[in-house]
Ligand binder design. Structure first.
Ligand code: 5GP
Length: 116
């Protein structure tokens, strides 16, 4: 599903500033503006997919790529050895607020206190 303009589309198009840490042809990684952990970055596909629920079979390689970018970013940000959490909030009860699929990569503190 094509959405047009979420805040993430505007960041991808450089119409809204963000602290961008990585970019390739498929995705952008930038710091979350309201970090919930000492390290909290978002891995966002350039393709405008509303949510994981809207992902299609042709997105299989893209979804795998995003996961591998998350793991690579964890190494680059120095949280791979200590451990980290990768989250995809999906839909209303999943807590999704920006309707452009994204992975949260969070670490730098214990994330083991639950999923809340
Ligand atoms: P969601 O709740 O959809 O899973 O996650 C959206 C995330 O985007 C939130 O953690 C929120 O802090 C972050 N966010 C919302 N607006 C902006 C923004 O304009 N810039 C950045 N860098 N992050 C944002």
């Amino acid at each position: 599903m094509l959405l047009g303009m979420t805040i993430f589309s505007k960041i991808i198009r450089r119409e809204v500033p963000a602290d961008i840490l990585f970019e390739d042809d498929k995705c952008l990684v930038f710091k979350d503006i309201y970090p919930k952990a000492p390290t909290h970055v978002l891995i966002v596909p350039k393709r405008e997919i509303t949510s994981l629920a809207e992902a299609a079979p042709e997105d299989q390689n893209l979804l795998g790529h995003l996961m591998l970018v998350a793991a690579d970013m964890a190494r680059k940000l120095g949280i791979a050895a200590s451990g980290y959490r990768v989250v995809i909030n999906t839909g209303a009860q999943g807590g999704q607020t920006v309707h452009h699929l994204h992975l949260h990569l969070m670490g730098g503190r214990s994330m083991a206190e639950g999923m809340g």
